[in-house]
Design a protein around this ligand. Structure first.
Ligand code: CP
Length: 314
């Protein structure tokens, strides 16, 4: 089985079969990551560059670990310490890197569509590690994989996505992914942080009432308030946001059931999520981070078009 795409630019481009193939491949890699020797020689002939034009902790480390577990040669590029600061363009930067015979590019950029632009100009396989407010496909894959792991399956499950939907690439990729896999999705948050036509455009439910969304769902994926992408204030204060839309122990205890809590990170503790929830047994936040390595190994392996035995790497 192979993926229907040459690049991973967004979940929008994937079929449900692609996503299932990535999950099945990640299941195998997750087994390998539990072994004393966590490394396989599968990509030993492959060079991958991680191009990060925007800050990252989880995604960048997770991709680098995934690449090293697969024995790829890895080069890291940070825009803030590069010739981008001297005015070099994106296409010149990438072409210079590719002249050094790189096979795959993992890219994060603040401009929506940057990896799509690049895919039209270069031969190497591209993995989108987050582009502006558009998509963050590997985050959505690891989120859905983590729900599948906790609840057994995705189809028929009810997932609430909470908070700053407007500026969130995680929200858009999660909506595409969950709906392709048969889940029902509700978005909730202040009206100023929810795009007006999202219900019609993406087939999700909308409520501005947090408690109603939490009472309805099996899983709540709580999003970071992205102040850096808000040009003008969209709610009165962080304190008021926490009082109305923060997921707290009090609100969870008032529900008639126990739901699963997720967050892609980084968390603004005491804003969208309180610590007594983030660090509780209901939270699978660190499982999401753990699963990110296996998911990214699966994506890199499948895009590299490798055949044969994953486990031995022969
Ligand atoms: N979830 C996520 O993308 O986190 P980073 O910005 O730290 O990579």
């Amino acid at each position: 089985m192979t993926l229907s795409v040459k690049h991973l630019l967004g979940i929008k481009d994937l079929t449900a079969q692609d996503i299932e193939l990535i999950f099945q491949t990640a299941d195998n890699f997750k087994e390998i990551l539990k072994r004393p020797i966590k490394k396989v020689p599968t990509l030993r002939d492959t060079t991958i560059v991680n191009l990060f034009f925007e800050n990252s902790t989880r995604t960048r480390i997770s991709f680098e670990l995934a690449e090293k577990r697969l024995s790829a040669d890895v080069v890291n590029f940070t825009a803030s310490a590069s010739s981008v600061k001297k005015g070099e363009t994106l296409i010149d930067t990438v072409n210079n890197i590719l002249a050094m015979r790189v096979d795959m590019v993992v890219m994060r950029h603040s401009a929506s569509g940057a990896p799509h632009f690049l895919s039209r100009h270069i031969q190497a396989a591209i993995v989108n590690a987050g582009d502006g407010i558009n998509e963050h496909p590997t985050q959505a894959l690891l989120d859905a994989f983590s729900i599948r792991e906790r609840l057994g399956e995705i189809a028929g499950k009810k997932v609430a996505i909470v908070g700053d939907i407007m500026h969130s690439r995680v929200a858009l990729s999660n909506i595409y992914c969950l709906k392709k896999l048969g889940a029902e999705v509700t978005v909730t948050g202040p009206p100023t942080l929810i795009p007006p036509y999202i219900a019609e455009a993406l087939g999700v439910n909308v409520t501005y009432n947090l408690r109603e969304a939490l009472q309805w769902c099996d899983v709540a994926n709580v999003l970071r308030i992205q102040l850096e992408r808000q040009n003008s204030p969209l709610f009165s204060s962080l304190r008021e946001y926490n009082l109305v839309y923060g997921v707290s122990r009090e609100v969870l205890d008032s529900l008639q059931k126990e739901i699963v809590i997720m967050h892609p990170g980084p968390i603004n503790r005491g804003v969208e999520l309180n610590s007594d929830v983030a660090d509780s047994g209901q939270s699978i936040i660190l499982h999401q981070v753990e699963n990110g390595v296996a998911i990214r190994m699966a994506v890199l392996y499948l895009l590299a078009g490798k055949r044969g035995e994953i486990v031995s790497g022969n």
